[in-house]
Design a protein around this ligand. Structure first.
Ligand SMILES: Cc1cc2nc3c(=O)[nH]c(=O)nc-3n(C[C@H](O)[C@H](O)[C@H](O)COP(=O)(O)OP(=O)(O)OC[C@H]3O[C@@H](n4cnc5c(N)ncnc54)[C@H](O)[C@@H]3O)c2cc1C
Ligand code: SF4
Length: 332
């Protein structure tokens, strides 16, 4: 095990200042991803700053207009059990409960969850093979290697990895906002802008800079959220990352006709992938018109680019999106 020094932070400004100047320092919350990355030698920080003692970062607040503010240090299990979260955003609760295991969810924080790194086996391989995310410039072993679990959208020659977070898919569908405090004060980042596509710099998963501390995630109220669902397709029924997943939410008019829909997919790209073209195409279609729903969803897959081993994801993802939408619709 790579050795590190552990200290505890009790003042946000000091934590941010320390992280800004010290490039060998990492924040640690639950440690469920970071310690694995250290064991795999994918990250080798010399100093860990435990942020669990920072004030006002673990609350779950129901906002008056119907939204939520979830502190970055709130535990996944606490958020999933919160009655207001369950009532207002079923898709968020389901994404949390389908993730990891009970023990992990008791430790794992919301901030850490959206910061977790890819499960690409080459990236996690401690023998240090070719991986641009791990060692920039070394190549991408997955591009022409084992890429069954990898991206079908938005990948580059530099990296074809997917983002493993279930929660991030639900938050993308809900247009959540990540609240970050940094050297220049607090800023609000729309969830769709938080994670990056790999481009030529896949070592960067998201847009955060040194010194940036996630303090909370805000989920604004929306008319689709009450009829929402998260569907996760995986190789075994529990304790497994998604092969593909779909977060869906829907509002209707004239009985079963779709007024607006939200659809985001996991397991298909370097970031949660919103199906915006399908969302537009779904407007006006009846939830009972299966062929119509299927055709509308297909619009978002016209630009899918499969790799050698994952073309099956194109059909699987469309079926998952359809099923998630139907299940969400059944909650109206
Ligand atoms: C066996 C296993 C199975 C899993 N299965 C799933 C799954 O199916 N679905 C799923 O979504 N996840 C899964 N996970 C991942 C798990 O959900 C994450 O490890 C967890 O959410 C990370 O939270 P943490 O608090 O432990 O983060 P840490 O490990 O403490 O931190 C992770 C990263 O986030 C940074 N960080 C943490 N908090 C902040 C903050 N407030 N501001 C800025 N940076 C911060 C840390 O510096 C670090 O880089 C699994 C993990 C394991 C080990
Ligand atoms: S897909 Fe990305 S993470 Fe995986 S080997 Fe290629 S560069 Fe590394």
């Amino acid at each position: 095990m790579h050795p590190f020094a552990l200290t505890r932070a009790d003042d946000p400004a000091q934590a941010i200042a320390a992280h800004t100047v010290d490039h060998r320092l990492a924040f640690i919350a639950g440690g469920t991803d970071l310690l694995g990355l250290i064991k795999d030698r994918a990250e080798l920080p010399e100093r860990l700053l435990d942020i669990n003692g920072l004030p006002n970062m673990a609350e779950i607040d129901a906002l008056p207009e119907g939204g939520l503010r979830i502190g970055a240090l709130a535990r996944m299990s606490d958020v999933a059990a919160d009655m207001e979260v369950r009532r207002r955003f079923p898709v968020v609760v389901e994404a949390l409960l389908f993730a990891a295991s009970g023990q992990l969810r008791n430790m794992a924080s919301i901030g850490g969850n959206i910061m977790q790194r890819t499960r690409c086996a080459y990236f996690r391989d401690e023998t240090d093979g070719r991986c641009n995310k791990r060692s920039p410039g070394s190549g991408c072993a997955a591009l022409h290697g084992l890429n069954r679990n990898h991206a079908i959208f938005g990948w580059s020659e530099s990296c074809v990895a997917t983002n493993p977070s279930d929660l991030a898919v639900a938050l993308a569908a809900m247009d959540a906002i990540v609240i970050v405090r940094g050297q220049a004060g607090e800023r609000r980042i729309p969830f769709r802008d938080f994670h990056r596509l790999p481009g030529s710099t896949p070592e960067r998963d998201n847009i955060l800079d040194r010194g940036d501390l996630i303090v909370a995630v805000e989920v604004p109220a929306n008319m689709e959220a009450r009829a929402s669902h998260y569907l996760k397709v995986r190789d075994r029924a529990s304790y497994e990352f998604a092969l593909v997943s779909a977060a869906a939410a829907v509002a209707t008019e004239d009985r079963r006709r779709i007024r607006s829909a939200r659809l985001a997919m996991g397991g298909v790209a370097h970031k949660p992938w919103r199906l915006t073209a399908a969302e537009s195409a779904l407007r006006g279609i009846s939830l009972d018109d299966i062929d119509g729903l299927r055709s509308a969803i297909a619009v978002s897959f016209l630009d899918a680019r499969p790799l050698a081993h994952n073309a099956f994801k194109i059909e699987l993802a469309q079926r998952a999106a359809l099923r998630a939408l139907q299940t969400a619709g059944a909650r109206l």
